[in-house]
Design a protein around this ligand. Structure first.
Ligand code: SAM
Ligand code: SF4
Ligand code: SF4
Length: 345
């Protein structure tokens, strides 16, 4: 999943960028579909309109992304990627092109798509109290957890991901308990808006104090049990910069990575998917050509874990690289922490 060859390709892309101004899409996130079976409280992206890319064009684009130098593809949404009937075909094509493939899902249909998912290098299953079926239907979380366990037992590297809302910050112990009981590695993503990098200003936005307390607890959990995927550097950044404007550090959005919406619009990163000025269709020209027309956006910074961890990796931050290598070598398996691990049941 992660090796010296990957580092070599990152180094080469950085040199090409630095000396010749040539950008390489090392990592591409596909929003995959706009359809969703859930109605989660935190999610504003499901309101993003659009028509899903057709299978043949999607497969062609995966080929083009690989040819343009990509190392990794991530399928997320828009909506729920497991609702795409051709998902197995898309993952299969990306694997055939020797890409590292990860997927983010609400987990509800894992049992129906298990064979397709066995090809993945990483399956992120979203698990938090904001996850809801539409209307008054009962909470889907029991089924989501059961399905995550099924995937793990089938040999797929699974991580449980949760959005850091006020509720999650106050209920971290129950999330850690699930990790201890069922042997899951966890990932945390602070509440954000998919539009312009902002934060959804509502009662679920943690205060600075709440976020700092939560991050301190997550750092302790990582230290004691090695069960948190986020790097220490990333967690400390969230601790120090939560709700602080002007927090942009070195960012490779639109230079080494990009996001493609479900209708084929290319953007530098998730928060800029709705940016009118930077709208480039990846359907109307070869991917590499479209990618090279992207520019790095001017922004106030963001705290998206997927983007910041990539920026740290591309900056050759040693702790981030070591963290990644450690989890990759273990194929995201939860290892017993050396200190004070609660009884596994
Ligand atoms: C938009 S969803 C798409 C994939 C899939 N439907 C799912 O829920 O996993 C991708 C990830 O974003 C998370 N998410 C939803 N709303 C968010 C928000 N406001 N801020 C940050 N992450 C959010 C979800 O929990 C999920 O882990
Ligand atoms: S399942 Fe994912 S895409 Fe659907 S509403 Fe929830 S967070 Fe949004
Ligand atoms: S910091 Fe980078 S990834 Fe985040 S919103 Fe700005 S340009 Fe996008």
């Amino acid at each position: 999943m992660f090796a010296g060859k990957t580092l070599y390709r990152v180094g080469k892309a950085l040199l090409l960028q630095k000396f010749f101004g040539v950008s390489t899409p090392l990592s591409v996130t596909f929003l995959t579909t706009h359809i969703c079976n859930f109605d989660c409280d935190t999610c504003d992206i499901k309101k993003f309109p659009g028509k899903d890319i057709e299978t043949a064009r999607f497969l062609e684009m995966i080929d083009q992304v690989a040819q343009a130098g990509a190392i990794r593809i991530s399928f997320t949404g828009g909506g729920e990627p497991l609702l795409r009937r051709d998902l197995g075909e898309l993952i299969g094509r990306a694997k055939k092109r020797k890409l590292i493939v990860s997927l983010v899902t609400n987990g509800y249909f894992i049992d129906k798509k298990l064979d397709d998912l066995k090809q993945l290098d990483l399956l992120l299953v979203s698990y938090d109290s904001s996850k809801k079926l539409p209307g008054d239907q009962p909470s889907p979380l029991g089924k989501v957890l059961q399905n995550a366990m099924l995937a793990k037992e089938s040999g797929i590297p699974v991580v449980l991901q949760s959005v850091l809302t006020r509720d999650t910050c106050l209920n971290l112990e129950s999330f850690f308990d699930i990790s201890h009981r069922h042997g899951f590695v966890l990932s945390l993503q602070p509440l954000a808006s998919w539009y312009q990098g902002g934060i959804i200003p509502d009662s679920q936005t943690p205060s600075v104090e709440e976020m700092r307390t939560a991050i301190d607890r997550i750092l302790l959990e990582k230290k004691m049990h090695n069960n948190i995927l986020n790097s220490v550097k990333y967690l400390k950044t969230v601790h120090d910069k939560w709700l602080q404007p002007n927090s942009k550090g070195k960012c490779y959005a639109g230079i080494l990575y990009a996001t493609v919406t479900q209708d084929g619009i290319l953007s530098p990163c998730n928060p800029f998917i709705s940016n009118g000025e930077n709208k480039i269709s990846a359907l109307e020209e070869p991917f590499q050509k479209a990618f090279r027309r992207l520019t790095s956006p001017t922004c106030q910074g963001c705290l998206w874990n997927c983007h910041l961890e990539l920026n740290q990796m591309f900056s050759f931050d040693t702790e981030t690289l070591f963290n990644l290598i450690l989890f990759s070598r273990n194929r995201i398996v939860y290892r017993k922490g050396k200190k004070h691990l609660p009884e596994l049941t």
